[in-house]
Design a protein around this ligand. Structure first.
Ligand code: NAP
Length: 259
């Protein structure tokens, strides 16, 4: 299927690895020119080179922390007039509900709620003026079903979800859609970090930790960044213009809910 977005431009945040990279590659495969971002310059440049060489699109890079005001200004300045915005950042650390203090919550809110909101506030007016735009926020299955050890993520991402629910319905008349894509467990560095936490907490091996988590997924495997990116690219396509303000799970069926 031709997604109809060749020649458009996208800012994909936190995209040197993992799910953000999956989204960047899927958009590049459709001919979308990219601005990529991550804190570490080496992995970022390696990803940019791979995407340029593989897909022949223009790729610029901004090595910075996108959860800071300075980082947001830098990525927005480099990206210019974008058609597509994919927001993403690292997830908050795991812990118990009683662990976190005010500073921990502020950091999680900054990274996983206020950063995507700031990027949307900056990008939406131009998209609306031009009569076309797509925003996909990478959130988490924790929005639909809380993950006990990820209380910071549960809280911050649900706040973003509420903001998107109202905002998406105010910008849709201008040809701009905003949707959230909710990953379940995917085989990325983040999953390795969480599996490592399980090995330490339970005294089991990585293989055992992974098998234990795979058993909780009806698909009985972790998702891939490529699958996640393909779903993101579809939401950014011409064909997805009537999908507005939705929260779409990519979790192998792990969230046990009818709707
Ligand atoms: P990942 O494999 O660890 O990749 C994270 C990417 O984001 C890297 O490119 C990293 O590069 C970049 N990054 C992290 N913090 C950043 C920041 N402050 N500013 C700019 N770039 C930053 O993670 P992932 O698995 O793709 O996860 C992406 C998001 O989905 C996270 O919020 C995660 O919590 C959420 N999620 C993931 C899963 C899963 O199973 N993988 C499930 C549910 C939710 P640098 O480190 O160089 O900055």
């Amino acid at each position: 299927m031709d997604l109809g977005i060749s020649g458009k431009s996208a800012l994909v945040c936190a995209s040197s690895k993992g799910l953000g990279r999956g989204c960047a590659e899927a958009l590049a495969a459709e001919g979308v020119n990219l601005t990529l971002n991550a804190r570490g310059a080496d992995a970022l440049e390696a990803t940019a080179t791979h995407i340029r060489d593989t897909y022949g699109v223009q790729v610029s890079t901004v090595a910075c922390d996108v959860t800071t005001a300075d980082g947001q200004a830098r990525v927005l300045d480099a990206a210019g007039a974008i058609d597509i915005l994919v927001t993403n950042a690292g997830g908050p650390p795991p812990g118990l509900w009683s662990d976190w203090n005010r500073d921990d919550f502020i950091a999680a809110l900054d990274a996983n709620m206020l950063t995507p909101i700031a990027l949307m506030k900056a990008s939406l007016p131009g998209m609306m003026d031009r009569g076309w735009g797509r925003v996909v926020n990478i959130t988490s299955q924790s929005v639909k079903a809380p993950i006990p050890q990820l209380g910071l993520s549960n809280a911050a991402r649900t706040g973003l979800t509420g903001y998107v629910a109202g905002t998406a319905r105010q910008v849709a008349q201008k040809g701009v859609t905003i949707n959230n894509l909710l990953p379940g467990i995917h085989a990325t560095d983040r999953a390795v970090a969480l599996d490592t936490g399980v090995t330490q907490a339970q005294g089991i091996t990585m293989d055992e930790a992974r098998a234990q988590r795979e058993a909780t997924i009806p698909a009985r495997r972790y998702g891939t960044a490529a699958e996640f990116g393909a779903a993101c690219a579809f939401l950014c396509s011409q064909h997805a213009g009537f999908i507005v303000g939705q929260n779409i799970l990519a979790d192998g069926g792990a969230t046990n809910a009818t709707i």
